[in-house]
Design a protein around this ligand. Structure first.
Ligand SMILES: C[S@@+](CC[C@H](N)C(=O)[O-])C[C@H]1O[C@@H](n2cnc3c(N)ncnc32)[C@H](O)[C@@H]1O
Length: 204
């Protein structure tokens, strides 16, 4: 089960084409992705809740899209969520959920608009990978965390096929700069038989 936007998602190569794609998809994104059983937000939120008892301090949902990730984080108990996204049209959806304290656009490759250490928890759910944000976003978010801060994020099977994605995680964990707390392969979009890894990484 799939339709045009979802099947076109995994071929974008430039940030301009990614933004154009998500702007155009925004109005039908929720319906299409929910129809295909989008499971990763719930899995990420549950994983972060398992390792972080800091739920009422500001957290960042990077690449928040229309807010499905924020709604899942809210259900898991996180109640002060700021969202950033490349696509203004996707952000309109996030605004309508009421799940976020603040929302803003961010340009691809830009630094976060807050000082390092602002967020003890950061999520990037369905954001990094083929046709979406580059792996440099992972490094950006890890650098933004304070010591003991946690990043929950996902890599779908398309992203996992590119060894540079897992290599980026090893760059942090192999030298002790971060600890891998959680890694689980499970459903991403069962409607198109796509799975994802969910990770929780803690900065040392
Ligand atoms: C598949 S959607 C996931 C949205 C939301 N997290 C969810 O789980 O439904 C990917 C989102 O990442 C955003 N995105 C892609 N590249 C980005 C970048 N470099 N910086 C910020 N957001 C980006 C897109 O605009 C899109 O809203």
């Amino acid at each position: 089960m799939s339709s045009s936007f979802l099947t076109k998602s995994y071929g974008k190569t430039t940030s301009a084409s990614v933004r154009t794609h998500y702007d155009a998809w925004a109005a039908s994104y929720d319906a299409e992705i929910i129809k295909n059983g989008y499971a990763t937000p719930g899995r990420c939120a549950a994983a972060l809740a398992q390792f972080s008892d800091i739920k009422s301090t500001p957290m960042l949902d990077f690449g928040c899209g229309t807010g499905l990730s924020g709604l899942a984080l809210r259900l898991a108990g996180f109640d002060m969520i700021d969202g950033l996204d490349l696509s203004p049209e996707m952000l309109e959806g996030a605004k309508a959920t009421g799940a976020y304290r603040a929302l803003d656009t961010i340009k691809a490759g830009a630094d976060l608009p807050v000082p390092k250490g602002t967020y003890a928890n950061i999520s990037a759910i369905g954001v990094i990978g083929v046709g979406a944000a580059p792996i440099s976003v992972f490094h950006l978010l890890m650098k933004a965390l304070p010591r003991d801060g946690k990043l929950v994020f996902s890599l779908n099977d398309h992203a996992l096929a590119d060894p540079s994605h897992q290599g980026a995680i090893s760059e942090w964990t192999d030298c002790g700069a971060a600890r891998l707390l959680f890694k689980e392969h499970g459903d991403h979009l069962p409607g198109i038989n796509l799975k994802s890894n969910v990770y929780v990484i803690e900065k040392a």
